[in-house]
Write a protein that binds this ligand. Structure first.
Ligand code: BES
Ligand code: MN
Ligand code: ZN
Length: 489
Protein backbone atom coordinates (compact mmCIF):
# COMPACT_ATOMS: atom_id res chain seq x y z
CA UNK A 1 0.00 0.00 0.00
CA UNK A 2 0.97 3.57 -0.48
CA UNK A 3 2.34 5.25 2.59
CA UNK A 4 0.70 8.57 2.86
CA UNK A 5 3.14 11.02 1.37
CA UNK A 6 2.30 14.69 1.78
CA UNK A 7 4.12 17.05 -0.52
CA UNK A 8 4.31 20.81 -0.09
CA UNK A 9 6.41 23.83 -0.89
CA UNK A 10 8.67 24.49 2.10
CA UNK A 11 7.69 27.33 4.38
CA UNK A 12 9.12 28.76 7.59
CA UNK A 13 6.92 26.55 9.80
CA UNK A 14 8.10 23.28 8.31
CA UNK A 15 10.04 21.19 10.82
CA UNK A 16 12.37 18.68 9.26
CA UNK A 17 14.26 15.76 10.77
CA UNK A 18 16.11 15.21 7.56
CA UNK A 19 17.24 16.76 4.31
CA UNK A 20 17.41 15.18 0.87
CA UNK A 21 19.85 16.99 -1.36
CA UNK A 22 19.98 16.22 -5.07
CA UNK A 23 23.18 17.10 -6.85
CA UNK A 24 24.65 16.70 -10.29
CA UNK A 25 28.36 17.21 -10.88
CA UNK A 26 28.03 20.91 -11.64
CA UNK A 27 25.60 21.64 -8.78
CA UNK A 28 27.69 22.26 -5.64
CA UNK A 29 28.86 25.68 -6.73
CA UNK A 30 25.23 26.80 -7.12
CA UNK A 31 24.23 25.70 -3.62
CA UNK A 32 22.64 28.41 -1.56
CA UNK A 33 24.83 27.96 1.51
CA UNK A 34 22.64 30.28 3.60
CA UNK A 35 19.84 27.74 3.85
CA UNK A 36 22.03 25.22 5.66
CA UNK A 37 23.16 25.37 9.26
CA UNK A 38 26.91 25.50 9.94
CA UNK A 39 26.82 21.89 11.15
CA UNK A 40 25.10 20.68 8.00
CA UNK A 41 27.44 22.63 5.74
CA UNK A 42 30.49 21.29 7.56
CA UNK A 43 29.37 17.69 7.03
CA UNK A 44 28.43 18.30 3.42
CA UNK A 45 31.74 19.97 2.53
CA UNK A 46 33.56 17.04 4.08
CA UNK A 47 31.48 14.53 2.10
CA UNK A 48 31.93 16.30 -1.22
CA UNK A 49 35.69 16.58 -0.66
CA UNK A 50 35.98 12.89 0.18
CA UNK A 51 33.56 11.33 -2.34
CA UNK A 52 34.73 12.18 -5.82
CA UNK A 53 31.82 10.29 -7.36
CA UNK A 54 29.07 11.92 -5.29
CA UNK A 55 27.24 12.88 -8.49
CA UNK A 56 26.90 9.41 -10.04
CA UNK A 57 23.28 8.32 -10.54
CA UNK A 58 22.40 5.77 -7.86
CA UNK A 59 25.00 7.13 -5.42
CA UNK A 60 23.60 7.97 -1.99
CA UNK A 61 25.52 9.57 0.85
CA UNK A 62 24.01 9.42 4.35
CA UNK A 63 25.28 12.12 6.68
CA UNK A 64 24.30 12.40 10.32
CA UNK A 65 24.83 15.64 12.20
CA UNK A 66 23.74 17.55 15.25
CA UNK A 67 21.63 20.65 14.85
CA UNK A 68 20.20 22.59 17.79
CA UNK A 69 18.73 20.05 20.17
CA UNK A 70 18.47 17.12 17.79
CA UNK A 71 20.22 14.77 15.42
CA UNK A 72 19.42 15.11 11.73
CA UNK A 73 20.06 13.07 8.62
CA UNK A 74 21.08 14.34 5.24
CA UNK A 75 20.85 12.19 2.14
CA UNK A 76 22.94 13.30 -0.82
CA UNK A 77 21.66 11.83 -4.09
CA UNK A 78 23.77 11.79 -7.24
CA UNK A 79 21.92 12.90 -10.37
CA UNK A 80 24.55 12.68 -13.09
CA UNK A 81 26.83 14.96 -14.99
CA UNK A 82 26.28 17.39 -17.85
CA UNK A 83 23.54 16.23 -20.22
CA UNK A 84 23.05 13.01 -18.30
CA UNK A 85 21.50 14.99 -15.46
CA UNK A 86 17.93 14.34 -16.64
CA UNK A 87 14.60 14.40 -14.79
CA UNK A 88 14.77 10.59 -14.90
CA UNK A 89 17.77 10.60 -12.55
CA UNK A 90 16.00 12.94 -10.18
CA UNK A 91 12.89 10.74 -10.20
CA UNK A 92 14.94 7.63 -9.42
CA UNK A 93 16.98 9.47 -6.78
CA UNK A 94 13.80 10.62 -5.03
CA UNK A 95 12.40 7.07 -5.00
CA UNK A 96 15.61 5.70 -3.49
CA UNK A 97 15.68 8.57 -0.99
CA UNK A 98 12.20 7.95 0.38
CA UNK A 99 12.90 4.23 0.77
CA UNK A 100 15.93 5.11 2.88
CA UNK A 101 14.03 7.78 4.82
CA UNK A 102 11.36 5.24 5.71
CA UNK A 103 14.05 2.92 6.95
CA UNK A 104 15.60 5.74 9.02
CA UNK A 105 12.10 6.62 10.29
CA UNK A 106 12.46 10.22 9.20
CA UNK A 107 8.97 11.71 8.90
CA UNK A 108 9.67 15.29 7.92
CA UNK A 109 12.09 15.89 5.08
CA UNK A 110 13.21 19.04 3.34
CA UNK A 111 14.18 18.63 -0.31
CA UNK A 112 16.81 20.77 -1.89
CA UNK A 113 18.33 20.79 -5.35
CA UNK A 114 19.96 23.79 -7.01
CA UNK A 115 18.02 23.04 -10.19
CA UNK A 116 14.61 23.57 -8.56
CA UNK A 117 15.78 26.96 -7.35
CA UNK A 118 15.28 28.08 -10.98
CA UNK A 119 11.72 29.19 -11.90
CA UNK A 120 11.64 27.40 -15.29
CA UNK A 121 12.63 23.92 -14.11
CA UNK A 122 9.16 22.63 -13.28
CA UNK A 123 9.80 19.31 -15.01
CA UNK A 124 12.60 18.55 -12.54
CA UNK A 125 10.36 19.37 -9.59
CA UNK A 126 7.67 17.17 -11.16
CA UNK A 127 10.10 14.27 -11.53
CA UNK A 128 11.23 14.61 -7.90
CA UNK A 129 7.64 14.63 -6.68
CA UNK A 130 6.78 11.57 -8.77
CA UNK A 131 9.78 9.70 -7.40
CA UNK A 132 8.73 10.35 -3.79
CA UNK A 133 5.35 8.75 -4.42
CA UNK A 134 6.72 5.81 -6.40
CA UNK A 135 9.47 4.96 -3.92
CA UNK A 136 6.98 4.95 -1.03
CA UNK A 137 4.81 2.29 -2.67
CA UNK A 138 4.83 -1.25 -1.29
CA UNK A 139 2.29 -4.04 -1.54
CA UNK A 140 2.04 -5.42 1.98
CA UNK A 141 -1.70 -5.85 2.52
CA UNK A 142 -1.31 -9.62 3.00
CA UNK A 143 1.56 -9.34 5.44
CA UNK A 144 1.17 -9.05 9.16
CA UNK A 145 4.24 -6.88 9.46
CA UNK A 146 3.60 -3.66 7.60
CA UNK A 147 5.62 -0.51 7.12
CA UNK A 148 5.44 1.36 10.35
CA UNK A 149 5.92 4.89 9.15
CA UNK A 150 2.45 6.26 8.54
CA UNK A 151 2.92 9.69 7.04
CA UNK A 152 5.92 11.21 5.42
CA UNK A 153 5.90 14.95 4.99
CA UNK A 154 8.08 16.30 2.22
CA UNK A 155 8.72 20.01 1.69
CA UNK A 156 10.52 21.34 -1.38
CA UNK A 157 12.75 24.38 -1.20
CA UNK A 158 11.93 25.72 -4.65
CA UNK A 159 11.35 28.79 -6.77
CA UNK A 160 9.66 26.88 -9.58
CA UNK A 161 6.64 28.74 -10.96
CA UNK A 162 3.31 27.21 -9.89
CA UNK A 163 5.20 24.72 -7.73
CA UNK A 164 2.11 23.78 -5.71
CA UNK A 165 0.24 22.85 -8.91
CA UNK A 166 3.14 20.78 -10.16
CA UNK A 167 3.00 18.77 -6.92
CA UNK A 168 -0.76 18.20 -7.16
CA UNK A 169 -0.41 17.01 -10.74
CA UNK A 170 2.33 14.57 -9.81
CA UNK A 171 0.16 13.18 -7.02
CA UNK A 172 -2.75 12.60 -9.40
CA UNK A 173 -0.56 10.70 -11.84
CA UNK A 174 1.09 8.53 -9.21
CA UNK A 175 -2.20 7.75 -7.48
CA UNK A 176 -3.15 6.20 -10.83
CA UNK A 177 0.13 4.33 -11.13
CA UNK A 178 -0.27 2.95 -7.60
CA UNK A 179 -3.86 1.90 -8.32
CA UNK A 180 -2.60 -0.07 -11.33
CA UNK A 181 0.20 -1.60 -9.25
CA UNK A 182 -2.30 -2.72 -6.61
CA UNK A 183 -4.46 -4.43 -9.22
CA UNK A 184 -1.45 -6.10 -10.85
CA UNK A 185 -0.03 -7.30 -7.54
CA UNK A 186 -3.32 -8.82 -6.41
CA UNK A 187 -3.27 -12.55 -7.17
CA UNK A 188 -5.52 -14.34 -9.64
CA UNK A 189 -7.75 -15.76 -6.91
CA UNK A 190 -8.67 -12.22 -5.88
CA UNK A 191 -8.72 -10.29 -9.15
CA UNK A 192 -10.62 -11.99 -12.00
CA UNK A 193 -12.59 -10.41 -14.84
CA UNK A 194 -15.70 -9.69 -12.76
CA UNK A 195 -13.60 -8.00 -10.11
CA UNK A 196 -11.92 -5.76 -12.68
CA UNK A 197 -15.40 -4.87 -13.92
CA UNK A 198 -16.51 -3.89 -10.41
CA UNK A 199 -13.37 -1.85 -9.94
CA UNK A 200 -13.91 -0.07 -13.27
CA UNK A 201 -17.52 0.62 -12.29
CA UNK A 202 -16.41 2.33 -9.11
CA UNK A 203 -13.84 4.42 -10.97
CA UNK A 204 -16.46 5.39 -13.54
CA UNK A 205 -18.89 6.49 -10.81
CA UNK A 206 -16.28 8.50 -8.92
CA UNK A 207 -14.92 10.15 -12.04
CA UNK A 208 -18.19 10.64 -13.86
CA UNK A 209 -17.16 8.43 -16.79
CA UNK A 210 -19.43 6.52 -19.12
CA UNK A 211 -19.11 2.75 -18.70
CA UNK A 212 -20.25 -0.36 -20.52
CA UNK A 213 -19.58 -3.88 -19.27
CA UNK A 214 -20.08 -6.76 -21.70
CA UNK A 215 -20.65 -10.08 -19.92
CA UNK A 216 -20.70 -13.52 -21.63
CA UNK A 217 -24.20 -12.99 -22.93
CA UNK A 218 -23.46 -9.62 -24.50
CA UNK A 219 -20.16 -10.88 -25.90
CA UNK A 220 -22.12 -13.69 -27.59
CA UNK A 221 -24.58 -11.20 -29.04
CA UNK A 222 -21.76 -9.20 -30.55
CA UNK A 223 -20.05 -12.32 -31.92
CA UNK A 224 -16.92 -11.73 -29.86
CA UNK A 225 -16.13 -15.42 -29.98
CA UNK A 226 -12.38 -14.93 -29.84
CA UNK A 227 -12.33 -13.51 -26.30
CA UNK A 228 -15.00 -16.04 -25.31
CA UNK A 229 -12.85 -18.90 -26.62
CA UNK A 230 -9.94 -17.80 -24.43
CA UNK A 231 -12.10 -17.68 -21.32
CA UNK A 232 -14.18 -20.81 -21.86
CA UNK A 233 -11.95 -23.09 -19.77
CA UNK A 234 -12.28 -20.93 -16.67
CA UNK A 235 -14.99 -20.72 -14.02
CA UNK A 236 -14.53 -16.94 -14.19
CA UNK A 237 -16.10 -15.76 -17.43
CA UNK A 238 -14.68 -12.99 -19.64
CA UNK A 239 -15.67 -9.34 -19.49
CA UNK A 240 -15.07 -6.57 -22.00
CA UNK A 241 -15.10 -3.26 -20.18
CA UNK A 242 -15.34 0.12 -21.89
CA UNK A 243 -14.95 3.49 -20.18
CA UNK A 244 -15.32 6.83 -21.92
CA UNK A 245 -14.07 10.25 -20.98
CA UNK A 246 -15.39 13.18 -22.97
CA UNK A 247 -13.17 16.24 -22.57
CA UNK A 248 -13.19 17.58 -26.12
CA UNK A 249 -16.78 17.74 -27.39
CA UNK A 250 -17.25 16.27 -30.86
CA UNK A 251 -13.58 15.45 -31.56
CA UNK A 252 -12.76 11.86 -32.49
CA UNK A 253 -11.83 9.43 -29.74
CA UNK A 254 -8.51 7.79 -29.02
CA UNK A 255 -8.81 4.27 -27.57
CA UNK A 256 -6.41 2.74 -25.08
CA UNK A 257 -6.95 -1.03 -25.17
CA UNK A 258 -5.44 -3.30 -22.51
CA UNK A 259 -4.84 -7.04 -22.30
CA UNK A 260 -6.58 -8.22 -19.15
CA UNK A 261 -5.68 -11.88 -18.66
CA UNK A 262 -6.15 -12.10 -14.90
CA UNK A 263 -4.17 -15.34 -14.89
CA UNK A 264 -2.39 -17.01 -17.78
CA UNK A 265 -1.77 -20.69 -17.12
CA UNK A 266 -1.26 -21.19 -20.84
CA UNK A 267 -4.52 -23.15 -21.03
CA UNK A 268 -4.32 -26.64 -22.54
CA UNK A 269 -0.89 -25.60 -23.89
CA UNK A 270 0.01 -25.32 -20.24
CA UNK A 271 3.08 -23.37 -19.12
CA UNK A 272 5.88 -24.95 -17.10
CA UNK A 273 5.54 -24.70 -13.29
CA UNK A 274 8.53 -22.47 -12.82
CA UNK A 275 7.52 -18.82 -12.88
CA UNK A 276 3.89 -19.55 -13.73
CA UNK A 277 2.73 -17.54 -10.73
CA UNK A 278 4.17 -14.42 -12.32
CA UNK A 279 1.39 -14.68 -14.88
CA UNK A 280 -0.96 -13.00 -12.43
CA UNK A 281 0.53 -9.83 -13.97
CA UNK A 282 -0.89 -10.71 -17.38
CA UNK A 283 -3.62 -8.11 -16.84
CA UNK A 284 -1.09 -5.27 -16.57
CA UNK A 285 -2.25 -3.72 -19.84
CA UNK A 286 -5.85 -3.58 -18.62
CA UNK A 287 -4.80 -2.11 -15.26
CA UNK A 288 -2.67 0.46 -17.10
CA UNK A 289 -5.45 1.72 -19.37
CA UNK A 290 -7.90 1.86 -16.47
CA UNK A 291 -5.44 3.92 -14.44
CA UNK A 292 -4.58 6.12 -17.43
CA UNK A 293 -8.19 7.09 -18.12
CA UNK A 294 -8.74 7.84 -14.44
CA UNK A 295 -5.73 10.16 -14.39
CA UNK A 296 -6.70 11.85 -17.67
CA UNK A 297 -10.16 12.51 -16.23
CA UNK A 298 -8.68 13.65 -12.93
CA UNK A 299 -6.45 16.13 -14.76
CA UNK A 300 -9.43 17.24 -16.88
CA UNK A 301 -7.38 17.00 -20.07
CA UNK A 302 -9.07 18.35 -23.19
CA UNK A 303 -9.23 15.05 -25.07
CA UNK A 304 -11.73 12.35 -25.89
CA UNK A 305 -10.52 9.03 -24.63
CA UNK A 306 -11.91 5.54 -24.21
CA UNK A 307 -10.36 2.64 -22.36
CA UNK A 308 -11.17 -0.92 -23.39
CA UNK A 309 -10.21 -3.72 -21.01
CA UNK A 310 -10.24 -7.20 -22.57
CA UNK A 311 -10.52 -9.45 -19.53
CA UNK A 312 -10.46 -13.23 -19.31
CA UNK A 313 -8.76 -15.99 -17.37
CA UNK A 314 -6.77 -18.52 -19.42
CA UNK A 315 -7.26 -21.94 -17.80
CA UNK A 316 -7.27 -25.56 -18.87
CA UNK A 317 -10.51 -27.42 -18.16
CA UNK A 318 -13.13 -29.68 -19.68
CA UNK A 319 -14.56 -26.83 -21.67
CA UNK A 320 -11.27 -25.13 -22.55
CA UNK A 321 -10.31 -24.36 -26.13
CA UNK A 322 -7.89 -26.78 -27.78
CA UNK A 323 -4.92 -26.39 -30.08
CA UNK A 324 -6.32 -26.95 -33.57
CA UNK A 325 -9.61 -25.19 -32.85
CA UNK A 326 -10.78 -22.66 -35.39
CA UNK A 327 -12.48 -19.62 -33.93
CA UNK A 328 -14.31 -16.78 -35.66
CA UNK A 329 -13.56 -13.33 -34.25
CA UNK A 330 -16.13 -10.55 -34.21
CA UNK A 331 -14.81 -8.98 -37.42
CA UNK A 332 -15.51 -12.26 -39.26
CA UNK A 333 -11.89 -13.43 -39.60
CA UNK A 334 -11.13 -16.99 -38.56
CA UNK A 335 -8.25 -17.91 -36.29
CA UNK A 336 -6.52 -21.27 -36.07
CA UNK A 337 -5.46 -21.89 -32.49
CA UNK A 338 -1.90 -23.17 -32.77
CA UNK A 339 -1.32 -22.78 -29.05
CA UNK A 340 -3.78 -21.78 -26.35
CA UNK A 341 -0.91 -19.86 -24.74
CA UNK A 342 -1.10 -17.18 -27.45
CA UNK A 343 -4.31 -15.93 -25.85
CA UNK A 344 -3.51 -12.23 -25.48
CA UNK A 345 -3.80 -11.49 -29.18
CA UNK A 346 -7.12 -13.37 -29.26
CA UNK A 347 -8.77 -11.22 -26.60
CA UNK A 348 -7.27 -8.08 -28.14
CA UNK A 349 -8.55 -9.01 -31.62
CA UNK A 350 -12.13 -8.50 -30.46
CA UNK A 351 -11.21 -5.54 -28.25
CA UNK A 352 -9.53 -3.40 -30.90
CA UNK A 353 -12.30 -4.29 -33.34
CA UNK A 354 -14.85 -3.07 -30.79
CA UNK A 355 -12.86 0.15 -30.20
CA UNK A 356 -13.11 0.81 -33.96
CA UNK A 357 -16.88 0.10 -33.88
CA UNK A 358 -17.19 2.70 -31.12
CA UNK A 359 -15.56 5.24 -33.42
CA UNK A 360 -11.95 5.36 -32.25
CA UNK A 361 -9.71 6.99 -34.85
CA UNK A 362 -6.49 6.23 -33.02
CA UNK A 363 -5.91 2.99 -31.11
CA UNK A 364 -3.05 2.19 -28.74
CA UNK A 365 -3.10 -1.30 -27.29
CA UNK A 366 -0.87 -2.36 -24.44
CA UNK A 367 -0.18 -5.95 -23.49
CA UNK A 368 2.15 -8.39 -21.78
CA UNK A 369 1.96 -10.16 -25.12
CA UNK A 370 5.20 -12.06 -25.61
CA UNK A 371 8.15 -13.51 -23.75
CA UNK A 372 10.01 -12.74 -26.97
CA UNK A 373 9.89 -9.06 -26.01
CA UNK A 374 12.31 -9.91 -23.19
CA UNK A 375 14.63 -11.64 -25.65
CA UNK A 376 14.52 -8.69 -28.05
CA UNK A 377 14.70 -5.72 -25.69
CA UNK A 378 15.24 -6.92 -22.13
CA UNK A 379 13.41 -5.74 -19.03
CA UNK A 380 13.74 -1.97 -19.37
CA UNK A 381 12.41 -1.27 -22.84
CA UNK A 382 8.97 -1.99 -24.31
CA UNK A 383 8.40 -2.79 -27.98
CA UNK A 384 6.18 -0.86 -30.37
CA UNK A 385 4.60 -2.31 -33.50
CA UNK A 386 2.54 0.21 -35.45
CA UNK A 387 0.83 0.99 -38.72
CA UNK A 388 1.71 4.65 -38.27
CA UNK A 389 5.29 5.77 -37.63
CA UNK A 390 4.27 9.21 -36.40
CA UNK A 391 2.12 7.70 -33.66
CA UNK A 392 4.95 5.32 -32.71
CA UNK A 393 7.36 8.23 -32.47
CA UNK A 394 4.89 10.22 -30.35
CA UNK A 395 4.85 7.28 -27.94
CA UNK A 396 8.65 7.14 -27.85
CA UNK A 397 8.68 10.87 -27.12
CA UNK A 398 6.00 10.67 -24.42
CA UNK A 399 7.92 7.80 -22.84
CA UNK A 400 11.14 9.81 -22.76
CA UNK A 401 9.39 12.63 -20.94
CA UNK A 402 8.16 10.31 -18.18
CA UNK A 403 11.16 7.98 -17.88
CA UNK A 404 9.79 4.96 -19.79
CA UNK A 405 11.72 3.60 -22.80
CA UNK A 406 10.25 2.24 -26.03
CA UNK A 407 11.73 0.95 -29.26
CA UNK A 408 9.79 0.55 -32.48
CA UNK A 409 10.21 -2.77 -34.28
CA UNK A 410 9.63 -3.06 -38.05
CA UNK A 411 6.24 -4.11 -39.36
CA UNK A 412 7.26 -5.14 -42.89
CA UNK A 413 4.65 -7.07 -44.87
CA UNK A 414 6.94 -10.12 -45.07
CA UNK A 415 6.27 -10.84 -41.40
CA UNK A 416 2.56 -11.25 -42.08
CA UNK A 417 3.34 -14.42 -44.03
CA UNK A 418 4.32 -16.03 -40.74
CA UNK A 419 0.79 -15.83 -39.31
CA UNK A 420 -1.10 -17.08 -42.38
CA UNK A 421 -2.90 -20.36 -41.72
CA UNK A 422 -3.54 -23.28 -44.09
CA UNK A 423 -7.04 -23.79 -42.69
CA UNK A 424 -8.15 -20.37 -41.41
CA UNK A 425 -7.50 -16.71 -42.20
CA UNK A 426 -4.86 -16.37 -39.49
CA UNK A 427 -3.06 -18.53 -36.98
CA UNK A 428 -2.43 -17.33 -33.47
CA UNK A 429 1.27 -18.17 -33.44
CA UNK A 430 3.94 -17.64 -36.04
CA UNK A 431 6.51 -19.60 -34.07
CA UNK A 432 9.62 -18.28 -32.37
CA UNK A 433 11.02 -16.15 -35.18
CA UNK A 434 10.15 -12.46 -34.75
CA UNK A 435 7.64 -13.45 -32.06
CA UNK A 436 7.01 -9.93 -30.79
CA UNK A 437 6.47 -8.55 -34.29
CA UNK A 438 4.09 -11.30 -35.44
CA UNK A 439 2.14 -10.98 -32.18
CA UNK A 440 1.67 -7.29 -32.86
CA UNK A 441 0.81 -7.74 -36.53
CA UNK A 442 -1.86 -10.28 -35.61
CA UNK A 443 -3.65 -7.60 -33.56
CA UNK A 444 -3.23 -5.10 -36.42
CA UNK A 445 -5.38 -7.40 -38.59
CA UNK A 446 -8.41 -6.38 -36.51
CA UNK A 447 -7.93 -2.61 -36.86
CA UNK A 448 -10.16 -0.76 -39.34
CA UNK A 449 -8.55 0.75 -42.45
CA UNK A 450 -7.63 4.39 -41.86
CA UNK A 451 -7.31 4.05 -38.09
CA UNK A 452 -3.89 4.88 -36.63
CA UNK A 453 -2.70 2.07 -34.45
CA UNK A 454 0.24 1.19 -32.22
CA UNK A 455 0.75 -1.90 -30.10
CA UNK A 456 2.94 -1.77 -26.98
CA UNK A 457 4.42 -5.07 -25.82
CA UNK A 458 5.23 -4.75 -22.13
CA UNK A 459 6.08 -8.45 -21.71
CA UNK A 460 9.53 -7.47 -20.47
CA UNK A 461 8.71 -4.40 -18.41
CA UNK A 462 5.49 -5.18 -16.54
CA UNK A 463 7.03 -6.69 -13.40
CA UNK A 464 10.33 -6.79 -11.55
CA UNK A 465 11.70 -9.18 -8.95
CA UNK A 466 13.79 -6.55 -7.20
CA UNK A 467 12.77 -3.13 -5.95
CA UNK A 468 14.99 -0.24 -6.97
CA UNK A 469 14.73 3.26 -8.41
CA UNK A 470 11.05 3.92 -9.20
CA UNK A 471 10.09 0.26 -9.20
CA UNK A 472 8.72 -1.77 -6.32
CA UNK A 473 8.72 -5.56 -6.18
CA UNK A 474 6.05 -6.91 -8.53
CA UNK A 475 3.98 -4.87 -10.96
CA UNK A 476 5.54 -1.71 -12.34
CA UNK A 477 2.46 -0.27 -14.06
CA UNK A 478 4.85 0.54 -16.90
CA UNK A 479 2.90 2.49 -19.50
CA UNK A 480 0.48 4.47 -17.35
CA UNK A 481 2.65 7.58 -17.31
CA UNK A 482 3.35 7.28 -21.05
CA UNK A 483 -0.34 6.95 -21.92
CA UNK A 484 -1.22 9.99 -19.81
CA UNK A 485 1.61 12.01 -21.39
CA UNK A 486 0.55 10.90 -24.88
CA UNK A 487 -2.92 12.29 -24.17
CA UNK A 488 -1.30 15.59 -23.15
CA UNK A 489 1.01 15.98 -26.19
N1 BES B 1 1.58 -13.59 -21.20
C1 BES B 1 2.42 -14.33 -22.07
C2 BES B 1 3.67 -13.55 -22.47
C3 BES B 1 4.76 -13.46 -21.43
C4 BES B 1 5.44 -14.60 -21.03
C5 BES B 1 5.12 -12.24 -20.91
C6 BES B 1 6.46 -14.48 -20.10
C7 BES B 1 6.14 -12.12 -19.99
C8 BES B 1 6.80 -13.27 -19.58
C9 BES B 1 1.67 -14.65 -23.36
O1 BES B 1 0.32 -14.91 -23.23
C10 BES B 1 2.29 -15.85 -23.95
O2 BES B 1 2.19 -16.90 -23.37
N2 BES B 1 2.92 -15.68 -25.10
C11 BES B 1 3.56 -16.73 -25.79
C12 BES B 1 3.25 -16.58 -27.25
C13 BES B 1 3.67 -17.74 -28.09
C14 BES B 1 3.01 -19.00 -27.63
C15 BES B 1 3.34 -17.44 -29.53
C16 BES B 1 5.06 -16.63 -25.52
O3 BES B 1 5.59 -15.51 -25.47
O4 BES B 1 5.69 -17.67 -25.37
MN1 MN C 1 -0.07 -16.97 -22.80
ZN1 ZN D 1 -0.63 -14.05 -21.65
Amino acid sequence: MLNKVNLQVADAQFKEEGVALFLCKECPKFLDRKIFSDEAMFMLDGYLAKEEEFYKPGKMGILTYREGEGVKQMLVLGCGEGKECSPRNFRNGAANAIRKLKELKVQGVKVMAPIIAKPDKGHYLEALAQGFFLGAYTFDKYQEKKDEVADINVAFVTKVEDAAEVLVKAEKLEAGVCLARDLINEPGNVVYPEVLAECAKKIAQDGNLEIEILDEKKLQEKNMLSILAVGQGSAHKPRMIVLKYNGAGQEPYTAYVGKGITFDSGGISIKPTEGMGEMKDDMSGAADVLAAIRVVADLKLKVNLMAVLACAENMPGGNAQRPGDIVRAANGKTIEVITTDAEGRMVLADAVWYACRLGAKRVVDIATLTGAAIIALGNDVAAIIANDDALAQDIVKAGKLVGESYWQLPSFKEYKELIKSQVADLKNSGGRAAGTITGGLFIGEFIDKGVQWAHLDIGGTASVTKAGDCKSYGGTAFGVATLVKLAEL
